[in-house]
Design a protein around this ligand. Structure first.
Ligand code: ZN
Ligand code: CA
Length: 584
C-alpha cells in the first residue's frame, strides 16, 4: 500500500447493522412492548395470529364447558427461571431481589396482596384469586442443581430486545423464562421507558417468556425506589397467560373479557375512582374505568386486581396445549424442575468474573470481580499468569501486571457442594508506558497480511459473533483493509480495534487520517464508529471521532446484503483535534 497519511493510515470498511449508543428519551408513553412484539411477530409469521385466534376460541369453549368451575381450588404451580443479563453493575441483581419478585407475584396471583382492600367496593365482587403460584426451579433442563437463576455477562443488557433471549433459554413448555436487563429498546430504537414485555401464547417457543428491567424487578435492591411495587411482572405474566390490556390496545377496544369495563385508553399515574364514567359510550362503564387492574398502565402501587373474567382466560390458557402452557404445572414437570416441594441442598457455584479495568499500563493493577452464580462460593482459587501475585484466594483480588502483553485468567469457585473452573483467554491487555512508535509519519495499511499487526489487538468486547478482520475483498489502495461484518447478527455489540501505543513527545501537531467505507443496511439499528484516544494505556478513553447512520455512510444506497465498496465509495477523515496529546 502507498504511504498516504501523515501519521497513520487506518483503512476500514464495515457493513450494515451495528452497535447503537442511544440517547435516553422519556417522551414515549408505551410502557410495555407485548402488543408491539406480537404485531411484529405476526408480520413475520401469520401463523402466530392464527394460533392466537384458535387459542381465543379454545378458551371460550373451555369456559362454556364449565372449565373455570372444574378448575376451582386447583392451585397451578409454574416453574420459573430468571436469566440475569448483566455487565457487572447493579443490574446483576441479588437473589434476594429475585425472591422478593416471586413473593410479590405470589401475593398478586393468590389475591393475598395487602392492597386488595384498595379495590373499589363496586369492583370487589369482580376481583379474583387466580390460584397460580410461581416457584424458582431447583433442577435445570439437564436435571442439574439450580437455584433458578442464570447469570450471563453481556452488553446486550443495554437496550435489550428479543436479542437477549438466545443468550440463555430453557424450554418454555417446562419453565417460565424471565430475562432481567439494564434497559429495553423502545419502538424508535432508543432506550426509553419500556419496563418490560412478554410474549403471548402461540408465538415462537425460542422467544417465549418475559423481559423485565432490573429496576422494576421486585421492590427491593435496584427496584427499591420504584413505585411499581413489582407489578411490571404481574402485568407481563398476565400477557404471558393470554390477557390483553384492558383498553384492548385501541380506543375503547375490547380485551375479550366481559367484567373489565371498556376503557378509552391506558391510564397513567393513579387516577381517582370513579374515573371516566361511560367514557366509551352510554352504559359502557357506569362505575368508571378499572384503572386499578393489573393490565392497565397505572403505577404498580395503584394496581390491585385481576377479575374473574381474566382468571378464566388464564385458567383456560393453562389448560391449553398452545405453547405447552398445560405442561408447565403437570406433576411430572414439577418433579422434573424441582418445584414439587422437594427440598434440595445448595448447588455448587458456576465460576464467572470480569476485570476492572481490562486495559492497563505496565506496572498498574487490575481488580477481578467475582460474578460466580448458582451456589454461593465459599472459596476462590485464582490463577494470573503474568500477574503479581500470580495467584490469589481472595474473592475480588487486585493484581499488578509489570510486563506488556495479553494475559489469561482462571478462576475456580467452590463451596461444600462442589466447584467449577472458568478460564478467559486474552482477557487482560497490558501496554508499555512508552509509546512503541516514535518515527513519523507512521502508516498502517494492513498490507503485510498479518492481522492484527504487532502490538495491536482485536477485542470482541460483547462476545458476539463478528469481530474486526482483515480482508482483501476491498481496499482504498493496495490490496487489504480491515472490516467488521455487521450486516447480520451483531446488533448492539461493541467491537474494538486497538492500535499499538505512539510516542508524541516530539510531535507538535499530531493528526490521524483514515479512510472509511460504510453503507446502511436495510435492517434497523444505528451503527456507530468512534475513534478514542487514551493516555492511560486504555484505562480511560476520550472520544475524538463519532459518526453514525447516514453521516457515517459513504454511499447513499441502502445495501441489503454484503457491502463491498468500489473506488468511489471511500471517504477520508482527518482528526486534527489531537494537539492536546502533543508531548505525551
Ligand atoms: Zn402490557
Ligand atoms: Ca373488557
Amino acid at each position: 500500500m502507498k504511504k498516504l497519511f501523515t501519521l497513520s493510515s487506518l483503512v476500514i470498511f464495515f457493513v450494515g447493522d451495528g452497535y447503537a449508543q442511544h440517547d435516553h428519551q422519556h417522551t414515549s408513553e408505551i410502557k410495555c412492548l407485548t402488543q408491539y412484539y406480537y404485531e411484529q411477530a405476526v408480520k413475520e409469521n401469520p401463523q402466530v395470529a392464527i394460533n392466537r385466534n384458535m387459542l381465543d376460541y379454545e378458551v371460550q369453549r373451555f369456559l362454556e364447558d364449565g372449565g373455570a368451575e372444574k378448575n376451582a381450588g386447583v392451585i397451578k404451580v409454574i416453574p420459573v427461571v430468571f436469566h440475569i443479563i448483566h455487565e457487572g453493575g447493579s443490574e446483576n441483581i441479588s437473589k434476594a431481589q429475585i425472591q422478593d419478585q416471586i413473593n410479590r407475584l405470589n401475593l398478586d396471583f393468590r389475591r393475598l396482596n395487602a392492597d386488595a382492600a384498595n379495590t373499589p367496593t363496586i369492583f370487589q365482587s369482580t376481583a379474583a384469586d387466580p390460584e397460580i403460584e410461581f416457584r424458582l426451579a431447583q433442577l435445570d433442563p439437564g436435571g442439574n442443581c439450580t437455584d433458578g437463576i442464570v447469570r450471563v455477562f453481556s452488553h446486550l443488557t443495554n437496550n435489550a430486545r428479543n436479542n437477549v433471549k438466545a443468550l440463555s433459554y430453557w424450554p418454555s413448555n417446562k419453565y417460565l423464562n424471565v430475562w432481567v436487563v439494564k434497559s429495553i429498546e423502545n419502538t424508535s430504537g432508543q432506550a426509553g421507558v419500556i419496563l418490560g414485555f412478554a410474549q403471548f401464547p402461540g408465538g415462537n417457543a425460542a422467544t417465549d417468556g418475559i423481559v423485565l428491567r432490573n429496576d422494576f424487578t421486585g421492590a427491593i435492591g435496584t427496584a427499591q425506589s420504584s413505585n411499581y411495587a413489582a407489578r411490571t411482572m404481574t402485568h407481563e405474566v398476565g400477557h404471558w397467560l393470554g390477557l390483553r390490556h384492558i383498553w384492548g390496545d385501541g380506543a375503547c377496544d375490547t380485551d375479550y373479557v366481559s367484567d373489565t369495563p371498556p376503557a378509552e385508553g391506558p391510564h397513567y399515574g393513579c387516577p381517582s375512582h370513579p374515573y371516566h364514567i361511560n367514557q366509551c359510550g352510554a352504559g359502557t362503564s357506569p362505575n368508571g374505568e378499572m384503572f386499578m387492574n393489573y393490565m392497565d398502565y397505572t403505577i404498580g402501587t395503584c394496581q390491585n386486581m385481576f377479575t374473574i373474567g381474566q382468571k378464566g382466560v388464564m385458567t383456560g390458557v393453562l389448560n391449553s396445549s398452545v405453547s405447552g402452557r398445560n405442561n408447565l404445572w403437570t406433576s411430572s414437570n414439577l418433579a422434573a424442575t424441582g418445584t414439587d416441594g422437594s427440598v434440595f441442598p445448595p448447588c455448587a457455584p458456576t465460576a464467572d468474573f470480569s476485570p476492572d479495568p481490562k486495559y492497563v499500563c505496565a506496572g498498574t493493577s487490575v481488580t477481578f470481580n467475582d460474578f460466580s452464580w448458582n451456589g454461593d462460593p465459599t472459596s476462590w482459587d485464582w490463577q494470573f499468569p503474568g500477574g503479581t501475585p500470580s495467584s490469589s484466594t481472595a474473592q475480588n483480588p487486585t493484581i499488578v501486571y509489570n510486563t506488556p502483553g495479553v494475559y489469561d485468567v482462571t478462576l475456580t469457585a467452590s463451596n461444600a457442594s462442589g466447584s467449577s473452573t472458568k478460564t478467559i483467554t486474552g482477557l487482560v491487555r497490558v501496554s508499555a508506558n512508552t509509546g512503541a512508535v516514535n518515527i513519523y509519519p507512521f502508516q498502517e495499511g494492513f498490507e503485510s497480511g498479518n492481522f492484527p499487526p504487532a502490538d495491536w489487538f482485536v477485542d470482541n468486547e460483547s462476545f458476539i459473533t463478528n469481530e474486526w478482520e482483515l480482508t482483501s475483498l476491498a481496499a482504498h489502495s493496495g490490496a487489504n483493509s480491515v472490516y467488521i461484518q455487521n450486516a447480520s447478527g451483531n446488533t448492539n455489540g461493541i467491537d474494538n480495534l486497538v492500535t499499538t501505543t505512539y510516542d508524541f513527545s516530539n510531535v507538535t501537531n499530531p493528526q490521524l487520517i483514515f479512510w472509511r467505507a460504510f453503507a446502511l443496511s436495510s435492517s434497523s439499528g444505528l451503527p456507530r464508529l468512534r475513534v478514542l484516544v487514551s493516555t492511560s494505556c486504555g484505562n480511560l478513553w476520550q472520544v475524538r471521532y463519532n459518526k453514525s447512520g447516514a453521516t457515517l455512510a459513504t454511499t447513499a444506497s441502502v445495501i441489503s446484503s454484503n457491502f463491498i465498496p468500489n473506488a468511489s465509495q471511500w471517504d477520508a477523515d482527518t482528526l486534527a483535534n489531537l494537539t492536546t496529546y502533543s508531548g505525551n
